[in-house]
Design a protein around this ligand. Sequence first.
Ligand SMILES: [Zn+2]
Length: 74
Amino acid sequence: MKCPSCEKEMENGFVQTGQRISWVKKKHKVSLIPQEGEVLLGNNVFSGLAFEAYICKSCKKIVLDYDGADYHEG
Ligand SMILES: [Zn+2]
């Protein structure tokens, strides 16, 4: 996937939720305890969610596929 801003090839990974939301190269174990004030992106945030996502680190853009929410067990 190409970055919509600079058109360089974007890096494939995941936007993963747990205590925090972050882009990660590989899904990894996160804490099962959610923090107050987190944005709800799915119905199972207590267990965490991971969305397949592409990142451009120079433009700080992320394109994520929210259709592919993957419920994981940590
Ligand atoms: Zn870019």
